[in-house]
Ligand binder design. Structure first.
Ligand SMILES: [Zn+2]
Length: 393
């Protein structure tokens, strides 16, 4: 994703949230220059994705420098659809967004029963076909397909989520889908897709890091107003930082990774060993005050703070975003995580580093993958050759 595409995306999302909004207000709220906003909105209007609204903005103070009332802009949501597919969960999740980035449809599929005997490409193609069938005649309005996938192939059990980060498979998939449907396709690291969703809802910081704690532990880096992809599409993989060289084996093939010790299934197992009455995460989140929950979650917060303190000392971000099921016990995790970070960081950083819990929902990665293509979709609408989707990933 280019910085330009991301800017377009943020502007579209902001206008869509506000309903109708002036260019001045967009520039002010997103901390962008008026010239940038004017250029992007011009492009959106030219492509029919946005329109100027006839009546002036209600806020009389919102005027152009010449004193004329500012003309508000709104998104025309029906000018196209974007498909996002998330292959990082226990089921295949598909979302269809309109051009205002509102959900038009949401579908879930099970992975094939004999996952290992089905080529990954076929799994993705049948999911896209399933979504297209759901859309019926509106399928012709789809402007792009974004696919969110894990960086690692978790070959555990027969119905495991796919990894499409293998460059050959990634290329093959992108080209097959592009030639089949004739629209731009992007395969995106699920954590980076998630971070794009997260950043849609607020002013974009210059440098931010995210830690996700769910069935696995992952992360992403927000640098220069876009996700840092890295040389191997794997920037932010702090779930695989070794915290105990003799620890249990990890899905990545190493031993003692943060994820192998402290992802949610491991936390549940540890808590259950201390308190037999708590056997599922859904029970645990109801009893954050139990000693077993406090002890295990605090121990994890300490180790996570140690790992993230190293990340912070390398990158010097403005904030750490905490995402995933761990937010269900934020009242136990966050204070201890913050306290330990204070202990492990240098004074210059610790006084201003923010720790925030994510506002992005469970379908954030699918939404982020769909949104990823809006720049390419714009290019497709005007008949130009898509740029980002054909660039090497
Ligand atoms: Zn690992």
């Amino acid at each position: 994703m280019t910085k330009r595409e991301l800017l377009v995306l943020r502007v579209v999302e902001y206008i869509s949230q506000q309903g109708r909004v002036s260019r001045t207000q967009i520039a002010h709220s997103l901390r962008l220059s008026k010239a940038t906003v004017t250029q992007i909105t011009r492009q959106l209007i030219d492509h029919g994705i946005a329109s100027e609204v006839a009546e002036p903005a209600a806020d009389v103070s919102d005027r152009t420098t010449s004193g004329r009332p500012a003309v508000p802009i709104e998104i025309n949501p029906e000018t196209g659809l974007l498909i996002g597919i998330d292959l990082s969960g226990s089921r295949i999740l598909g979302v269809v967004l309109n051009m205002a980035l509102d959900a038009h449809a949401r579908v879930e599929f099970d992975y094939p029963l004999l996952m290992r005997s089905v080529p990954p490409l076929d799994v993705v193609i049948s999911a896209v076909d399933g979504i297209m069938t759901t859309l019926g005649p509106r399928g012709s309005q789809v402007r792009g397909i974004g696919i969110s996938a894990r960086a690692l192939n978790y070959a555990v059990g027969e119905t495991s989520p796919l990894s499409l980060m293998d460059p050959l498979l990634n290329d093959q998939l992108t080209h097959t889908l592009q030639s089949h449907y004739g629209i731009p396709v992007a395969v995106v690291h699920n954590m980076q897709a998630l971070l794009v969703s997260e950043m849609m809802n607020r002013p974009s910081p210059d440098l931010s890091v995210l830690i996700h704690v769910g069935s696995g532990i992952g992360g992403a880096v927000w640098l220069d107003h876009k996700p840092l992809e890295g040389a191997h599409m794997a920037a932010g993989e702090w779930g695989h930082i070794t915290v105990d060289p003799d620890g249990p084996s990890c899905a990545c093939g190493k031993r003692g990774c943060l994820e192998a010790l402290y992802a949610i299934p491991q936390l549940v197992e540890r808590i259950h060993a201390l308190d037999e009455s708590l056997s599922a995460w859904s029970d645990i989140v109801q009893h954050p005050d139990r000693a077993a929950v406090q002890n295990v979650v605090r121990e994890f917060a300490q180790v996570a703070a140690q790992v993230l303190a190293n990340v912070v000392l390398v990158l010097d971000p403005e904030e750490i975003i905490v995402h995933g099921q761990i937010c269900d016990v934020a009242e136990v995790f966050v204070p201890e995580f913050r306290r330990r970070l204070q202990q492990y960081l240098i004074p210059r950083i610790r006084s201003t580093l923010r720790i925030v819990t994510s506002t992005a929902g469970a379908d954030a990665a699918a939404r982020g993958a769909a949104s990823w293509l809006i720049g390419a979709a714009l290019a497709e609408i005007v008949g130009a050759s898509p740029t980002s989707a054909t660039a090497p990933l």
